[in-house]
Design a protein. Sequence first.
Length: 272
Amino acid sequence: MIKKTGEIFLKKELLPHFWCIGCGNGIVLGCIIRAMEESGLSKENTVVVTGIGCWGKADDYLTTHTFHGTHGRALAIATGIKFANPSLDVIALVGDGDGATIGGNHLIHAARRNTDIAVIMSNNNNYGMTGGQYSGTTPFGMITSTSRYGHMEDEFDISELVKTSGAGYVAKGTVANPVQLQRLIEKALQKKNGFRFVEAINICPTHYGRNNKLGNAPQMIEELRKNSINLKIANNMKEEELKGKIVVGEYVNKEVDGFVKRYKEIQRKASA
């Protein structure tokens, strides 16, 4: 049962929000602010970093410290803030375009280094703000404004990519199950060491849904629900059985030495 509202982190005077009718970003934001309160974070000690894109507007609605950066550089900025003041809780909010396509190199290396930040990626499979172009997560064959005859590239499985890169915590949820998504974000926020990544599978009815004739927002959310399968069950299924499925749950949850700890150890050795 959800006990916290998260309203202490929300600028209610700016509502209704900027996003299109039916967009799932409001669901993801609600999960985040409730998870922040459940995890005991404070406005004064939390910094939220965003980049460019629809999801990059999320910082407008938060009462924490915020930093709105350039396209694809949110993780680099968040890393710098954490190193400048390791006592801060630093959260980066990135989209699939901002975080995995333009900023994919930063994502891989932040996970490899286990930079001590939490990242929530809103993945709606296209660049929503600039007209619905394909991104690094757009599935093969899907229609976008820059793939009118079907996308010819295979997509990243972002959670698997971050897992393989070495992150200490990796999870995937969807806007069709906000309770699960919130719990996964809570776990990411409650862990303080290493790179913590939650992929939120989202919907974009305005571009992606319309281009691919996926119906309205409720219909798109229902498709997410029907196509979601728990990771524990998926591990016992064949590859062909998982085609088109969204595998949700915790991909990695392990204790790691974060980069801040390792860097401090190097500083100690250098000054000895």
